[in-house]
Design a protein around this ligand. Structure first.
Ligand SMILES: C[S@@+](CC[C@H](N)C(=O)[O-])C[C@H]1O[C@@H](n2cnc3c(N)ncnc32)[C@H](O)[C@@H]1O
Length: 215
């Protein structure tokens, strides 16, 4: 157990950039293009979204574009953000010519209202990293700002792995982040729990699709 540190927003951003850049420097640390559990997760995410097409779409924490590649088949235009420069460069190469803009940006520096409104927001396997480095207040405020900037009838997809022995992905944290989405005003449309293993470790992935009521 480490002693709590005073929160420094600039230090948290610097830590995110250097931590994720280091992870992506020598390749994909999560093996997202090959791991069977991630392939199943992407298929479920796409199926949950696939009953219609989307206009302006935001993907937070896009990595090297593994899900973006699927997203562009149902959404146009897409803005995809990641805090790690090597990931963004790979994603740009992978999806050259597709209706997607990749941007190197910490989502905590995004102004969702200025860049929106959004028909769809996707945050997959990224929310628990925000909660790791930032106060719950800031995570809640980001979700509130995204809700405010979502079109009536627009959607939010949250997908997060619950780990049985990993602190930042503990079930009580992941479920609390998802509860925040409801508390800021999104309505839950669909929930799935995907059970599986990755590198021999058992995981549950909580997938939740939310909708903003027409205003
Ligand atoms: C586990 S990967 C998930 C990638 C992709 N969303 C997927 O579902 O396969 C998490 C990604 O979130 C990015 N990330 C973490 N914190 C971020 C932040 N504050 N702003 C933007 N991206 C962030 C990381 O660099 C990493 O690429």
């Amino acid at each position: 157990m480490t002693a709590p540190r005073p929160y420094d927003p600039l230090a948290a951003r610097a830590e995110a950039a250097s931590f994720f850049e280091d992870l992506w420097r020598d390749g994909d640390p999560w093996d997202l293009d090959r791991a069977p559990l991630d392939q199943e997760r992407y298929a479920r995410q796409l199926a949950m979204l696939g009953d219609r097409r989307y206009g302006r779409t935001l993907e937070v924490g896009c990595g090297a574009g593994a899900f973006t590649e699927r997203l562009v088949t149902i959404a146009d235009p897409v803005l995809a953000l990641d805090v790690a420069d090597p990931a963004i460069r790979r994603a740009e190469e992978r999806l050259a010519g597709a209706p997607v803009t990749f941007r190197l940006l910490d989502v905590m520096d995004l102004d969702p209202a200025e860049e929106g409104p959004w028909d769809l927001v996707v945050i997959a396997e990224t929310l628990y990293y925000l909660g790791w480095l930032h106060p719950m207040f800031d995570v809640a405020w980001l979700l509130h700002a995204l809700h405010e900037a979502t079109l009536g009838g627009g959607r939010l997809l949250l997908s997060d792995t619950i780990s049985h022995d990993h602190g930042i992905m503990s079930h009580w944290l992941v479920r609390t982040y998802h509860d925040l989405a409801r508390n800021v005003g999104y309505e839950l449309e669909q929930r799935q729990e995907l059970e599986g293993t990755k590198d021999g470790e058992p995981f549950t992935i909580l997938l939740e699709l939310f909708r903003k009521g027409a205003s």
